[in-house]
Design a protein. Structure first.
Length: 428
């Protein structure tokens, strides 16, 4: 059995859904688990529904739901000359349940409410795809992830209960392939022991594909995107990008850690544990080879990869009493950063200074200053870039740093990281 994951861009309208069906038809006679995300922009609109519900804004609440329903109804009618009663009825039920939420008290736990509402996007997209695949004569079953993937009660970031999830896969999902060739399910969604819907957090749909593959001992996972595969750099920032034909699980995790738009490590981990290869392919050009992510590290060093994070803030702390920055200081600093919900992109320390790099857009600078004011003198540079190069050469480093001042540089055997600023940047 193979696992395919299709993201929101691949099912954004009726033509896109037909294209997905044509890709699936290439695998006639094979067992396929299809994981689908919400349609393009639907999650964003459902987040507006959550906010309107929270603020008891009935007008906005109804407006956003009307937009979402009209969008999906339009696609339903474009896909079918005669709309299947079952699909139409199931869509009715989803929107009826969604509209009732404005009549109920908004839960104290915002994340709980978020998951119950936003998850409707994946339910709608999987319903439409499943119905269309049935229409074009595939043997299809719609599978409800709210009954398959068990998580804890951490809403918006559900942690998978692997034992219970495996049991549920064994009880229903795996046996169903005796009667059908394709099962369509929802990415991003799980459930608690009580049956409440949870979501799996960042890159949740990719993670769902990894979970299903692990539990079903799948042959492979393919994530279908609007790019030819994984590139060695973001084409928005770099010219002449190169397709990475093959990289290891380890390399994919490293690239993700440093900020590349690749597969999230939590997706890769279950696949790595069972040696299940992961492919990134283009739904625009399904014949293209794409990228293979697997165990071997033999190809990792062949092509340098470049990752850039813009709009960075470099903060430097100095103890006011000129004492050393020791373990106790670092523990306190990280505890305070955690309280501010800030993620450190790079750090470096000396005897009297500790410097760290943050995404400027996520920082309340006045709050940051006041947090450290009692014990530390704080200075900062903003408008910086963080450049990370995997498998660098001197030639590559020189090319990418020409015309830039290097404020911080960190080199390991496989990775070069540099904080860069233009010559007109300044410190505060």
């Amino acid at each position: 059995m193979k696992v395919f994951k299709f993201g929101g861009a691949s099912v954004k309208n009726a033509e896109a859904i037909k294209n997905v069906a044509s890709i699936i038809s290439r695998y006639e006679g094979q067992k396929l688990a299809i994981v689908v995300s919400a349609m393009d922009k639907t999650t964003n609109k459902l987040e507006l529904v959550v906010e309107a519900c929270k603020h008891r804004d009935s007008a906005a609440f109804g407006h956003y739901i009307d937009e979402i329903e009209e969008f999906h109804r339009h696609i339903l009618h474009e896909l079918f000359s005669e709309v299947p009663f079952k699909a139409s009825n199931e869509m009715d039920d989803l929107f009826t349940g969604l509209r009732k939420r404005i009549e109920e008290p908004f839960p104290e736990n915002y994340s709980f409410a978020y998951d119950q509402i936003v998850s409707v996007g994946e339910l709608l997209s999987s319903l439409l795809l499943s119905a269309y695949l049935t229409e074009v004569n595939h043997r299809v079953l719609w599978a409800d992830a709210r009954k398959l993937i068990r998580t804890n009660h951490r809403y918006q970031e559900g942690k998978v209960d692997w034992i219970k999830t495996q049991e549920r896969m064994n009880d229903s999902f795996i046996p169903a392939f005796e009667h059908v060739d394709i099962q369509v399910t929802q990415g991003f969604i799980g459930h608690t022991a009580e049956g409440f819907t949870t979501t799996l957090g960042r890159e949740g749909s990719d993670y769902t594909a990894g979970i299903i593959a692990y539990c079903c001992d799948a042959e492979s996972v393919t994530i279908w995107k609007d790019v030819p595969g994984m590139l060695n750099a973001d084409p928005k920032y770099f010219d002449d990008t190169i397709l990475l034909d093959q990289i290891s699980f380890k390399e994919a995790i490293e690239l993700s850690y440093y900020g590349a738009s690749v597969i999230h490590p939590k997706t890769i981990q279950p696949l790595q544990n069972k040696g299940i290869p992961l492919y990134v392919k283009s739904f625009v050009d399904p014949e293209a080879p794409g990228t293979a992510i697997q165990a071997s590290t033999a190809h990792d060093h062949l092509i340098p990869s470049f990752i850039i994070k813009r709009d960075q803030l470099l903060v430097s702390l100095t103890t006011r009493d000129f004492s050393f920055i020791a373990e106790e200081n670092l523990s306190t600093i990280f505890d305070l950063l955690n309280q501010l919900k800030l993620t450190v992109n790079l750090m470096q320390n000396s005897a009297l200074n500790f410097s760290f790099l943050l995404d400027r857009s996520k920082v309340d600078l006045d709050k940051l200053k006041s947090t450290f004011a009692e014990s530390y003198e704080l200075r900062y540079n903003e408008g910086l870039e963080l450049l990370t190069i995997r498998h660098p050469s001197e030639e590559v480093i020189e090319k990418l740093t020409t015309g830039k001042e290097i404020l911080v540089r960190q080199f390991t055997r496989q990775t070069a990281r540099m904080v860069l600023k233009d010559t007109n940047g300044g410190a505060n």
